[in-house]
Design a protein around this ligand. Structure first.
Ligand code: C2O
Ligand code: CU
Ligand code: CU
Length: 465
């Protein structure tokens, strides 16, 4: 797959439209959705539309210059954000850089991130949840010839985008906000389709899993088979790690290596989300924390592809050392809270371009930031996401009253790799290490439960020279 891409020009250019469409999702009436449509203009890029609202899957290479000519053909102002990619401020899709209906914007940047699974979605002021829920989200895969696993021609890979939606009796998507949690659908969709089943042969697969849900957290597991993680938000791990289950909060990605060669044609392998509990969740028809089957893999006879995991998978990832940080003796403390009806981050709600005095960092500095999900009138899980550079997780701590729920989730964290989104369970604090650069400018950090973000659990930080 990787090798079939042409390789002549270092610039790739695409046209990307946000449009409204009718698509056939359920039996009966078609569903009205918003969706991205892309086409290649020039260069070494592959674009694959999935047969639904979500997508497309765009594949590029590290080192390329990427140009997306965006055309807004929906009825609302929107933006395009390249989640996980480290791009200049003008290309980051900040709500201040909004594109009105009928408007256009050129997003242009160099692909400097590691090979991995990234994604793109709208980021309009106070409307991100609706825009994503209506259907706007796609996957952006970065390839890099230098990584050992990328050199294996015949590894089968599969993008898997997890979302949930509620449909009304005429098959239309209903924006279903449940209490203070956010939008939670009563049906699980994979790649935009309910009851998703993928046909696989008895060989090894690389699953690129994205949690593109607004609010739902997944605790992913197979029956009697460990999860083998080979990549996280910021690309491949150096070595595979085995986990009993994978915790995947909104915005997070994981690359799994799955060996179906132990199964026989005719068998069906379910991927499940296991039940879990946390304070502040558990309402609605299919609550956050409920257990369910996410999808299944139907084993078909056929080609036995690659069956051994390459070692190493990718280049070495340095062990994070907090002593590299200019503030390691005094980390930046950033509380997350829901206080008397207000979603706050760093003690304040989002204002379009506001930056507090403790939200300014010097370009090229390495810093330790501590997020604490420990106060407020209601504590619930929050996945915190940073725009700009990926970071490393240094340490997590938990308050004793919340320990039991946390113990049932923490083995699923993939803190071994580069991250851009990190789940904080109730009572949890996390220390992360970030090196700011190469771009200066105004960037966002926020809760990736999109209704929390829209209601103010988002702030700017400024990288200054
Ligand atoms: Cu995936 Cu600021 O978002
Ligand atoms: Cu982002
Ligand atoms: Cu939140």
């Amino acid at each position: 797959m990787v090798k079939t891409l042409l390789r002549q020009d270092n610039t790739v250019e695409i046209e990307l439209r946000a449009v409204q469409r009718q698509i056939k999702l359920l039996s009966g009436q078609p569903t009205s959705v918003w969706t991205y449509e892309a086409r290649r203009i020039r260069g070494d890029v592959s674009i694959k539309h999935l047969d639904s609202f979500v997508g497309p899957v765009i594949r590029v290479r590290r080192g390329q210059r990427f140009i997306a000519r965006f055309i807004n053909q929906i009825s609302e102002t929107t933006t395009v954000h390249w989640h996980g990619l480290n791009v200049p401020e003008h290309a980051d899709g900040h709500p201040k850089d909004s594109v009105p209906p009928g408007g256009q914007r050129v997003y242009e940047f160099e692909i400097i991130n590691r090979a991995g699974t990234y994604w793109f979605h709208p980021h309009p002021d106070m409307r991100t949840g609706r825009h994503v829920w209506n259907g706007l989200a796609g996957m952006l895969i970065v390839h890099d010839d230098e990584e050992p696993i990328e050199q294996l021609d015949d590894v089968e890979e599969m993008p898997i985008i997890l979302q949930d939606r509620t449909f009304n009796a005429s098959n239309q998507i209903v924006y279903s906000i449940v209490g203070m949690e956010g939008a939670l659908g009563n049906r699980i969709l994979v790649n935009g389709r309910p009851n998703y089943a993928a046909k696989v042969t008895p060989s090894c697969y690389r699953l690129r899993i994205l949690n593109g849900s607004n609010t739902r957290i997944y605790k992913l597991a197979f029956d009697n088979m460990p999860m083998v993680a080979i990549g996280t938000d910021g690309g491949l791990l150096h070595q595979a790690v085995e986990k009993p289950y994978i915790a995947l909060a909104p915005g997070e990605r994981v690359d799994l290596w799955v060996d179906f060669s132990r199964f026989h044609p005719g068998q069906s392998v379910p991927l499940r989300s296991l039940p879990f509990s946390a304070t502040g969740i558990g309402q609605g028809p299919l609550p956050n924390g409920a257990g369910f089957e996410v999808m299944r893999f139907d084993i078909r006879p056929g080609h036995r592809g690659y069956t051994r995991l390459p070692r190493p998978i990718a280049s070495k990832i340095p062990t994070p050392d907090q002593k590299e940080a200019v503030n390691y003796t005094n980390p930046r403390a950033l509380p997350i809270s829901f206080d008397r009806g207000r979603f706050l981050l760093n003690g304040a709600a989002f204002r379009l371009t506001e930056v507090a005095s403790n939200e300014r960092v010097r370009l090229k500095d390495t810093e330790v930031w501590t997020f604490a999900n420990t106060t407020g009138t209601m504590i619930m899980p929050h996945p915190i996401h940073l725009h700009g550079p990926s970071f490393r997780v240094l340490e997590r701590t938990i308050q004793n009253v919340h320990r039991a729920n946390w113990e049932a989730m923490r083995e699923g964290y993939t803190d071994e790799g580069w991250k851009d989104t990190i789940l904080l369970m109730p009572g949890e604090s996390a220390k992360i290490l970030i090196n700011f650069g190469p771009y200066d400018g105004l960037f966002l950090y926020h809760c990736h439960m999109l209704e929390h973000e829209d209601q103010g659990m988002m702030r700017n930080y400024l990288v200054y020279r």
